[in-house]
Design a protein around this ligand. Structure first.
Ligand SMILES: [Zn+2]
Length: 151
């Protein structure tokens, strides 16, 4: 399994943990990237989180990895995906209208997102996640997490 597949899959796991801890106000991703063993995800949010919340997000993400939960990937029409999960499948950046067939990443009870990238089959393959830096950009209302993947 390549590092990039692991660090990309970690994006979904961290995103799920962010929403579990900070709530639905944090559900819109504004950017996401993973390269090598590193990744970064940003979400819209209305305040700077506490240190305890950030620690909790890291703990929850790693608990989900330790569960070694099965990851589901679907390919379906956009309409069917919307009917099943609503706008949870989307990010802040738009999915162009001409895309009517989508791949969906689904980690039940945790994260669902339109995503065409490759993922690990189970969460345990990711390794462990270490949040290395967070930044809250008040003017933009954007909260950013940087992380490393470790074995
Ligand atoms: Zn993905």
């Amino acid at each position: 399994m390549s590092n990039e597949v692991r660090s990309h899959t970690a994006l979904h796991i961290i995103k799920g943990a962010i929403v579990k801890v900070l709530g639905e106000d944090a559900k819109w991703s504004t950017s996401a990237s993973a390269k090598g063993l590193h990744g970064r995800i940003a979400v819209e949010f209305n305040r700077k989180p506490t240190e305890e919340e950030i620690t909790e997000i890291g703990i929850r993400a790693n608990e989900k990895i330790q569960e070694d939960a099965e990851i589901e990937v679907y390919e379906m029409s956009r309409g069917d995906a919307e009917a099943r999960w609503g706008n949870l499948i989307y990010d802040k950046w738009p999915l162009p209208d001409h895309i009517q067939r989508v791949k969906v990443f689904h980690l039940p009870g945790w994260n669902v997102n339109c995503c065409g990238n490759e993922h690990t089959e189970r969460t345990g393959t990711v390794g462990s996640i270490k949040i290395t830096k967070t930044r809250y950009r008040k003017s933009k209302g954007v909260l950013e997490f940087s992380y490393d993947i470790e074995d």
